[in-house]
Design a binder for this molecule. Sequence first.
Ligand code: PHE
Length: 363
Amino acid sequence: MVHFAARLKPHTLVRMMFEKLKVLEETFNCALRDGDSEAELANIKAQFLGRKGKLAAILKALGQMPMEERRELGRAANDLKNRLLRKWVDARADIEKISIDKKLKENWIDISLRERDRAGRVWEAGLHPVTIVQRELEDIFLSMGFDILDGPHIEDDFHNFTALNIPESHPARDMQDTFWFKDLKHLLRTHTSTIQIRGMKQKIKPPFRFVGPGKVFRCEAIDASHEAVFHQMEGMLIGRSITVANLIYFEKVLLNEIFGKEVEIRLRPGFFPFVEPGFELDIACLICHGSGCRVCKGSGWVELLPCGMTHPNVLKHGGIDPDEYNGFAFGLGLDRLVMMRYGIDDVRLIHSGNIDFSKQFAV
Ligand code: PHE
């Protein structure tokens, strides 16, 4: 508290007060110069600028001054307060910067440092062939005006089956042996078609087109062309008056784009409850060029692109009026595509974790 002797003349009082403000500023500056931690700074703030601090005490004492002097001193005290506050903020920023710099220095990692194996060979990092192909496809789809969506690996019954027109009693639920969770309500998604439902709900109003790449899981008997975990890229295009001709044309353009050359295709009827009509689109095997190998199971053709016109029930589950809109969907098998592209004749190699295998594709 600052007390004034009643007998002092007003102008002497004013001079004293100005003196106090000056001293306050000097001691504040000294304290700030010495304060080198956030805790000390917080202390300084409380001590000088806090509710019970030095400046508050002076301002309180101002109340006892005559009106005229009070105004002049009040303005000076306020200016001082702003000045101190600015300096304090700057000092705190400096301290923060120092502490960040210190942390950065302590946690410094040389990301360019090359890892070596036991034989002293440098380990090269690179993208996995599935990632390479997925990214290339994403570029192609983006250039065709598609959005890229995502969906969870752990799905519920509704998104994986019911909404895709696969009701509880439907034999299609047995077609794909599924990894169910104990609650029998959740599962590891068996296909990326779940993203159709999530995409429709997200987009709300057609027209729209999107793809959804990702891992899928099936309890398969594993052989050269089947794995329990593999990759698909789901595609969906919804608008008005879309036809099968649009679908076929689109798929041809897409495959030519993917392989960088005209590939031979054939279309067969295929059954998927969420499309009607549904097709299997095969390409002539690029491994054996039609003569038959273990990838195409000797047939010369590889199933690559199941597709079809979206079933009205699926549109309804996605909140879209099937009387107004229609469209098509397709599911690209990414691992198969990788095999065709690079001439790999066993899908098990792709996720073998064998670095010698994977690094051949590194870019
Ligand atoms: N979901 C189907 C599968 O996993 C593929 C598919 C997608 C078929 C879209 C038609 C349309 O086999």
